[in-house]
Design a protein around this ligand. Structure first.
Ligand SMILES: Nc1ncnc2c1ncn2[C@@H]1O[C@H](COP(=O)(O)OP(=O)(O)OP(=O)(O)O)[C@@H](O)[C@H]1O
Ligand SMILES: [Mg+2]
Length: 262
C-alpha cells in the first residue's frame, strides 16, 4: 500500500498501460516481480516494459527500491515470484555473468568502480574479462577509445588522474566492451558538477539513439532523468505508483510537487 503522501499518484498502472508507453514491440519485460534480499521482500508485484532502443527512468523516494529493480534485472536479488524476459529469452534465474552473455544485459556500477592504479586502457580491457576471445576485448577497447577522445588522450595514464566526469565516462564505456544491448545505469549524475552531468546524458543519448541500446536508469535528479528518458516510472515502497512518458511526468503537478521540488 502506498503511504498517504503518495496516494495522490493514483492507481497502480496496469501492464497494458505500460505496454502502451512502448513505441514498438516490448524488449525488456518484467512481470509480477517480487524480489528482495534474503527474507526481506522489497519489490511487490512489480511490472516494467520497454522497447528496444528506448530509455526508461525510475524515480522515487530514497529506499523505494529503485536500485533493487536494477539489481533484480541484473541478478543480484532473491526473486520469489514473477519473470524477467529480454527479447524471447527468459532470464529470471540466470546469474549476472549468464545474463551478460546470453541476453546482453550490462550493469553500470555506481561511482568509484574504476581501478585507480590501472591505466585507462587496462580498465577498459577489464570490461571484457568474461569474453571468450581476448582479441575481441582488445578490438572493442580500440573502438571505445576511438569513439571517446577524452579517454584516448589518457589511455596510458592511471585512472586516478581522471576528472569525475571522465571517470564516469570510463565506467560507462567499460560496460560497452561486452557489446551489451541493455544498459542498467544507477544514478549516472551522482557526485558530478553540472557540466559533467550534461556530458553523461549526452553519452547516454548517443548510446540509445546511435547504437540502439535499451537504457533503464535510476536518477535522483528526477528532472534530468525525465527530460532524458522516453518513459518515466515512479516507484514508492517497492510498488509502481505511476508511469507515463518522461515529458508527461515532468508536467504532472503531483510528480512536480513530490519529486521535482515544484
Ligand atoms: N544488499 C542489500 N541487502 C539488504 N537490504 C538491502 C540491500 N540493498 C538495499 N536494501 C534495502 O532495500 C530497500 C530498497 O533499497 P534500494 O537501494 O533499492 O532503494 P533506492 O530506491 O535505490 O534508494 P536510494 O534513492 O536511496 O538509492 C532499502 O530498505 C534497503 O535498505
Ligand atoms: Mg538507489
Amino acid at each position: 500500500m502506498l503511504t498517504e503522501e503518495y496516494s495522490v499518484l493514483g492507481e497502480i498502472p496496469k501492464p497494458k498501460e505500460l505496454a502502451e508507453l512502448c513505441l514498438d514491440e516490448i524488449f525488456v519485460n518484467v512481470s509480477g516481480l517480487s524480489a528482495g534480499y534474503g527474507k526481506m521482500q522489497i519489490l511487490h508485484e512489480f511490472n516494467l516494459s520497454v522497447s528496444e532502443a528506448m530509455s526508461l527512468c525510475l524515480i522515487g523516494p530514497n529506499g523505494a527500491g529503485k536500485s533493487t529493480v536494477l539489481h533484480s534485472i541484473y541478478g543480484f536479488t532473491d526473486i520469489t515470484s514473477g519473470s524477467i524476459t529480454v527479447g524471447n529469452t527468459e532470464v529470471t534465474k540466470l546469474t549476472p555473468a549468464e545474463k551478460l552473455k546470453t541476453a546482453g544485459i550490462a550493469y553500470i556500477l555506481q561511482d568509484n568502480s574504476v581501478f585507480p592504479d590501472m591505466t585507462v586502457e587496462e580498465n577498459l580491457l577489464m570490461g571484457g574479462y568474461s569474453k571468450d576471445a581476448v582479441e575481441e576485448a582488445f578490438e572493442e577497447t580500440e573502438n571505445v577509445l576511438n569513439k571517446y577522445e577524452r579517454l584516448k588522450n589518457r589511455r596510458n595514464q592511471p585512472a586516478k588522474v581522471l576528472s569525475g566526469g571522465e571517470r564516469r565516462l570510463l565506467e560507462i564505456s567499460r560496460a560497452l566492451i561486452m557489446k551489451p544491448s541493455v544498459l542498467l545505469v544507477d544514478e549516472p549524475s551522482i557526485g558530478l558538477e553540472p557540466r559533467y552531468i550534461d556530458m553523461v546524458f549526452e553519452i547516454l543519448d548517443d548510446l540509445q539513439n546511435s547504437e540502439k541500446k535499451t537504457i533503464i536508469l535510476v536518477e535522483q535528479n528526477a528532472k534530468k532523468g525525465l527530460e532524458f528518458a522516453d518513459i518515466g516510472y515512479v516507484l514508492v515502497s517497492g510498488e509502481l505508483a505511476k508511469a507515463g512518458k518522461g515529458e508527461a511526468l515532468l508536467e504532472d503537478p503531483d510528480v512536480g510537487r513530490l519529486f521535482l521540488g515544484g
